[in-house]
Design a protein around this ligand. Structure first.
Ligand code: ADP
Length: 396
C-alpha cells in the first residue's frame, strides 16, 4: 500500500509515491508547464527516468497523467489505484485556521479557498490538485499539509505588524511564515542527531534555496520566522528582494510612475541575486562569476550571506542563545563557500566552523568544530517525508 504526495504549483505538479510501511520512495515525477502547449511529464526514479511530451491543459490532466504513468505495466509501480490509500497535499497557505495537518473535507476546502487572496499563486493550484485527486482516487483519504501550520505557535509580538491594529483585526494582515514543513523536519532531525529532546533545545533553522527563510525554534515551537504576510519578507533570495524600506514601494509608484503590478514583478521576480548580479538567480552562476572577478556578482554573494547572518543574529538575541544552527535547501545543503561566509568572524560568539567538514557534501552532518559551543549542522530537507508521516498519522 502506498501514499501519494502531491505538490501542485501554478504551472507544475510534483509527486512522490512512498511505501506506507517501509517509507521507501518507489516512484516520483514532475509535470511541467501545465496549461501551456509545450507541457511535459518527467517520471520515474533517477535510474529509469523518462520524459514524455504530454498535453496537460490543467491540473486534472496532470493528475490523470501521473496516475496513468504509475499504472503503466512497463514503467509504472502499481497495478491498481486501490493500492494508493491516501494522498498528502502540500498546501502553502492555511491562514490562521490550521495549526496542523488535516484530513480534507468540504470545510477544509472552504477555508483554503478563503486564503486565496493571501496566496493567489499558490492556493488555487493546490485546490485544483485536491479536486483532481478526490475525483480520480475516490477511495483514498486526502490530507492537507500546510506550509504555514508550524508557525501558528508564534507569539503576537512576533506576528503582528506595527500598523494600526485594525489592519490585523479586520484584514488579518499579520506574519504567517512559510516553509514550515521544512523547518519542522530539520528541527526534528537535529534533535535526533544531537540526542536531545526538542523541548531542551534552542534552534535556528535556515532554509536557503531560491526561496529563503530562517526560523527561531525554542523548545520545539516556532517563535519567529523571517517570511511574513507573503513569502517576500525577510532574507534576500534568488529573485525576491526580501525586506526593504516600504517607502521604496511608494517611491517607485509615485515618483518613477510604475504600476503596482510592475513593482510586484520587480520585487518578486527581478530582485535578489538576479537583480544585484544582473546575471542569474542561481547561486552557482553567481559564485562562478564572482570567482572570475565580476564585481556585482561578488556583491550579490556578499549581500546574500550578510542577510542570512543578520537574521541568525536577531534570533540568537531574541531567544537569548542558541544550541544549534541548521542549514538546508539548495544553497544551505550544497554551498560550502556561502556557509563559510555566513559564519565567518563569529568565533567570539562560540560559533566555529570546521572547514574540512564544511567541504563534505550530500548527507546529514555537523560542520562545526569540536570546540564550537554552538553546533552548526547541515541537514538535507525532506518535506515529502513529513507529508507522508502526517498523512499516516491522520490515517491511523
Ligand atoms: P527552491 O527554493 O526553488 O526549492 P532549492 O532549494 O532547490 O530552491 O535551491 C535552489 C538553489 O540552490 C539554486 O538556485 C542554486 O542557486 C542553489 N544551489 C544548488 N546547488 C548548489 C551548489 N552546489 N552550489 C551553490 N548553490 C547551489
Amino acid at each position: 500500500m502506498y501514499i501519494l504526495v502531491i505538490n501542485a504549483g501554478s504551472s507544475s505538479l510534483k509527486y512522490q509515491l512512498v511505501d506506507k510501511d517501509t517509507r521507501e520512495l518507489v516512484d516520483k515525477g514532475l509535470c511541467e508547464r501545465v496549461g501551456s502547449d509545450d507541457s511535459f511529464h518527467k517520471h520515474g526514479l533517477d535510474s529509469n527516468e523518462c520524459v514524455v511530451a504530454s498535453r496537460l491543459p490543467d491540473h486534472r490532466a496532470a493528475v490523470q497523467a501521473v496516475l496513468d504513468s504509475l499504472l503503466d505495466p512497463r514503467t509504472g509501480s502499481i497495478s491498481s489505484l486501490d493500492e494508493i490509500v491516501a494522498v498528502g497535499h502540500r498546501v502553502v497557505h492555511g491562514g490562521e485556521h490550521f495549526s496542523a495537518s488535516v484530513v480534507i473535507d468540504d470545510e477544509v476546502i472552504a477555508r483554503v479557498e478563503e486564503c486565496i487572496p493571501l496566496a493567489p499563486l499558490h492556493n488555487p493550484p493546490s485546490l485544483a490538485g485536491i479536486a483532481a485527486c478526490s475525483e480520480l482516487l475516490p477511495g483514498a483519504t486526502q490530507v492537507a499539509v500546510f506550509d504555514t501550520a508550524f508557525h501558528t505557535t508564534m507569539p503576537p509580538k512576533a506576528y503582528v505588524y506595527p500598523l494600526p491594529y485594525e489592519y490585523f483585526e479586520k484584514h488579518r494582515i499579520r506574519r504567517y511564515g512559510f516553509h514550515g514543513t521544512s523547518h519542522r523536519y530539520i528541527a526534528a532531525r537535529a534533535s535526533a542527531l544531537l540526542e536531545k529532546p526538542l523541548d531542551e533545545l534552542k534552534l535556528i533553522t535556515c532554509h536557503l534555496g531560491n526561496g529563503c527563510s530562517i526560523t527561531a525554534i525554542d523548545k520545539g515551537i516556532s517563535v519567529d520566522t523571517s517570511l511574513g504576510f507573503t513569502p517576500l519578507e525577510g532574507l534576500m533570495m534568488g529573485t525576491r528582494c526580501g525586506s526593504i524600506d516600504p517607502a521604496i514601494v511608494l517611491y517607485l509608484i509615485e515618483t518613477l510612475g510604475m504600476t503596482p503590478r510592475e513593482v510586484n514583478d520587480v520585487m518578486n521576480r527581478q530582485s535578489g541575486l538576479l537583480g544585484i548580479s544582473g546575471l542569474s538567480n542561481d547561486l552557482r552562476d553567481v559564485r562562478a562569476a564572482a570567482e572570475a572577478g565580476h564585481e556585482r556578482a561578488l556583491l550579490a554573494y556578499e549581500m546574500y550571506s550578510y542577510s542570512a547572518k543578520k537574521y541568525i543574529g536577531q534570533y540568537v538575541f531574541t531567544m537569548a542563545g542558541v544550541d544549534a544552527i541548521i542549514l538546508t535547501a539548495g544553497v544551505g545543503e550544497n554551498c560550502d563557500r556561502m556557509r563559510r561566509m555566513i559564519f565567518e568572524g563569529l568565533e567570539p560568539l562560540g560559533i566555529i566552523i570546521d572547514q574540512d567538514k564544511n567541504a563534505l557534501r550530500g548527507f546529514e552532518r555537523v560542520i562545526s568544530a569540536e570546540n564550537s559551543r554552538v553546533k552548526v549542522i547541515v541537514i538535507p530537507t525532506n518535506e515529502e517525508l513529513m507529508i507522508v508521516e502526517d498523512t499516516l498519522a491522520l490515517l491511523s
